[in-house]
Design a protein around this ligand. Sequence first.
Ligand code: HEC
Ligand code: HEC
Length: 113
Amino acid sequence: MRLRSLTTLLGLLLLFVGTTSAQEWKDLQVLPRNISKADLKTIMKAQSKALGVDCDFCHQMPTPEKETAKKKTARTMMRMVNDINAKYLLAVQSKTTCATCHRGKAKPDEVAK
Ligand code: HEC
Ligand code: HEC
């Protein structure tokens, strides 16, 4: 009897830990897999704003984990931005973001020649 209630308690504890621990994202390849819901939301909102688009420009809502062509491009862009910052801009205490080039547009304007 005593052992049984102990196992029940342990089971409940595991269930609690399971539901309150880091969000289980389904397909993060660039961002940290244990990123919090709040941090992911901030990043997604910033990307949307930088490109002047809604979530469904890149995602097939309500399944944001699904692969899309735009999502694939966005991943390449995220890696590019990470590389530029780490390899070059850190040394001059600066950084680039999606907005640096996109400035509210899905396709950045070219500077007139
Ligand atoms: C410019 C494209 C783009 C826009 C706009 C965008 N996302 Fe994303 N989103 C991505 C990419 C790319 C990933 C995957 C990142 C990775 O692989 O680390 C992702 C991942 C996610 C995930 C995680 C899915 C999983 O379980 O793997 C969620 C949730 C999400 N986005 C929600 C949103 C919401 C909500 C918005 C609107 C506020 C939004 N996204 C706007 C590109 C975008
Ligand atoms: C160095 C400049 C630069 C930066 C920084 C940049 N992009 Fe881009 N992005 C481009 C260019 C150039 C294109 C191609 C536009 C075209 O096809 O004419 C593009 C295209 C895209 C597209 C495809 C748009 C479409 O209509 O098909 C997505 C999505 C995208 N970028 C997401 C991002 C995200 C997310 C970030 C930040 C993580 C980012 N970009 C940062 C220059 C940049």
